[in-house]
Design a protein around this ligand. Structure first.
Ligand code: SAM
Length: 289
């Protein structure tokens, strides 16, 4: 059995391929907090690893009982490395699928996962609510998050250039860094419950390379998504009620809030299912001018 405090010592291939935070102690500490602590959630799960990089956490999830992992990353050479590493470490190919591509495109299709890993990606995008909406549509029971956060006050998304400058130089690309309060607002809108990992109490962030966790500039959390347990018939009934009444020109925001309250589900989750139903309808019927 691998020592959970030194997981990556036994799997050095990931250190060679990593293009981000490639230090053994940091990877081991992250493994402990993000995977080992959550192994009860991973047991038997179908896992989606967003921005999987070289497959390090996909592999770690499989070693902790996940049934199957889909890993997706923009970079084809990293996805190839992921496939090579898992093969070299004896994981049978029926337990993983690595895809090179955009996670938003992948999630556009209807998907079904038990656990979604969102590690090191939520500060590289600008469409957080779109991503959470897509994740919610795949009905996970939990989302594991590890992300930088803005240290500004309030529930805001700070725009930074990819080089970390805020405000970005005019004409530069921008990435959105939500504050912790902004993440809390987004998660709770879906009815999700967040539990942050206590990095300071863990004793795992003493090393100089763990400064971002120590200072609270980076956080890790388990998000439980109780909506996954809402039975399909109850979802369908709530969605149908919104779609029927929408045709009567009721205000959609109020309508969703009222129907959600009556069915005891979160408004954002209902909004996600309504969006999903509307997308399905458009796919079948095409856009109408
Ligand atoms: C900082 S790394 C995170 C790697 C790993 N998940 C971790 O936490 O150690 C960010 C990764 O996100 C990938 N990426 C960024 N935007 C993406 C997108 N829209 N779809 C898929 N991958 C994306 C990059 O190619 C890169 O490998």
């Amino acid at each position: 059995m691998t020592d959970p405090a030194k997981f990556f010592d036994a799997y050095p291939r990931f250190l060679e391929s990593s293009e981000t935070g490639p230090w053994l102690d940091r990877l081991n500490a992250r493994y402990f907090a993000l995977i080992h602590q959550n192994r009860h959630l991973l047991e038997g799960a179908r896992v989606l690893d967003l921005a999987c990089h070289d497959g390090r956490f996909s592999f770690a999830a499989l070693q902790n009982g996940a049934r199957h992992v889909v890993g997706i990353d923009f970079k084809a050479h990293l996805v190839d490395a992921a496939t090579g590493h898992l093969g070299a470490y004896g994981v049978t190919p029926d337990r993983y699928t690595f895809l090179a591509g955009d996670m938003f495109d992948y999630l556009e299709q209807e998907r079904d996962f038990d656990v979604v890993l969102c590690f090191g990606i939520l500060y590289h995008i600008n469409e957080h609510m779109r991503l959470f909406d897509q994740i919610a549509a795949s009905s996970p029971r939990a989302i594991l998050v590890d992300t930088r956060v803005s240290t500004l006050d309030g529930a805001v998304i700070e725009l930074l250039s990819p080089l970390g400058k805020s405000p970005p130089e005019p004409g530069n690309a921008v990435e959105g860094h939500p504050t912790r309060a902004a993440f809390d607002a987004m998660f709770s809108s879906f009815g999700w419950q967040v539990q942050y990992f206590d990095w300071l109490a863990s004793g795992l962030c003493g090393d100089a390379r763990m400064y971002d966790y120590r200072t609270g500039e980076r956080v890790s959390a388990v998000i439980e998504c109780p909506e996954y347990a809402v039975p399909a018939e109850a979802r369908h009934a709530a969605v149908q009620e919104v779609l029927d009444k929408e045709a009567e020109r009721e205000n959609l925001f109020m309508l969703v809030a009222n129907v959600a309250r009556r069915h005891d589900i979160s408004p954002q989750a209902l909004r996600t299912w309504v969006n999903q139903a509307q997308r399905r309808r458009t796919r079948e019927a095409g856009f109408k001018g």
